[in-house]
Design a protein around this ligand. Structure first.
Ligand SMILES: Nc1ncnc2c1ncn2[C@@H]1O[C@H](COP(=O)(O)OP(=O)(O)OP(=O)(O)O)[C@@H](O)[C@H]1O
Ligand SMILES: [Mg+2]
Length: 223
């Protein structure tokens, strides 16, 4: 087991956070201490004078130990737009060095850190760099989260090819059944399975509410 994974997705809203929390619970059930990190988050709200994001709060809540919010989410950006635009609107620039500094601190505290990206693989985080650059400096194997819905085969193949082209190791992919009544769900999953040369780490079933213990039982990652 490496010291962590970088969780990316085929798009925004595909289930990265739910899959990350399920993965945290799964790894914790195997005896590892785990923290989640969401270095760059958009669409934050002001809580007691601090910009905070729901994903980051959920990751913080599910960590094996209590850590400062700012360490989990050093860039909490207000506008619900692409990170490079949201940061510019707040007069700040996302710096990889700052993210790395916080990541190394989290890494020193636990066995495994799961880092959730923002949007998809090529989402820009500043004028020069995107999520792929962030994953590269963190030097973590990538897990691709795929929402099983119409168009997912194309999105999964595109994202997978992009990850490989970036030179990052891909540890596997997770299918998220976030549509209750998806036609030909199994055939879609089987097609992606054939197209991606990495293990399918789990098929997360549709759930009406986020039951992360239930979801975690559908993951297969060896310690
Ligand atoms: N297993 C599931 N069953 C049912 N719905 C799901 C499941 N997983 C995710 N969803 C739905 O998809 C939504 C988006 O999931 P999630 O917040 O994990 O996506 P994300 O990729 O992290 O989004 P973002 O790009 O904003 O970080 C959830 O709020 C939920 O409504
Ligand atoms: Mg998320």
């Amino acid at each position: 087991m490496t010291g962590g994974f970088f969780i990316t997705g085929t798009d925004t809203g595909v289930g990265k956070t739910w899959a990350t929390v399920a993965l945290m619970r799964h790894l914790q059930s195997l005896g590892s201490s785990v923290l989640g990190m969401k270095p760059v988050a958009v669409g934050c709200s002001l809580n007691d004078g601090q910009w905070q994001n729901d994903d980051a709060l959920l990751l913080q809540e599910n960590g094996s130990l209590a850590v400062d919010y700012t360490c989990i989410n050093p860039y909490a950006l207000k506008a619900p737009v692409s990170p490079h635009i949201a940061a510019a609107e707040m007069g700040c620039t996302v710096q990889l060095e700052e993210i790395l500094r916080n990541f190394y601190h989290l890494r020193s505290l636990v066995d495994i850190v799961l880092v959730e990206g923002a949007g998809g693989w090529f989402a820009p985080i500043n004028d020069r760099q995107d999520i792929a650059d962030l994953a590269a400096v963190l030097e973590l194997p990538v897990i691709l989260v795929v929402a099983i819905r119409l168009g997912c085969i194309n999105h999964a193949k595109l994202s997978y090819q992009a990850i490989l082209a970036s030179g990052q190791p891909c540890a596997g992919w997770i299918a998220v059944c976030s549509e209750q009544h998806m036609l030909a769900r199994e055939q879609n999953i089987a097609t992606i399975r054939r197209a991606l040369d990495v293990p399918l780490l789990g098929i997360l079933p549709y759930t009406h509410y986020p039951d992360f213990n239930f979801l975690s039982k559908h993951l297969q990652i060896l310690p």
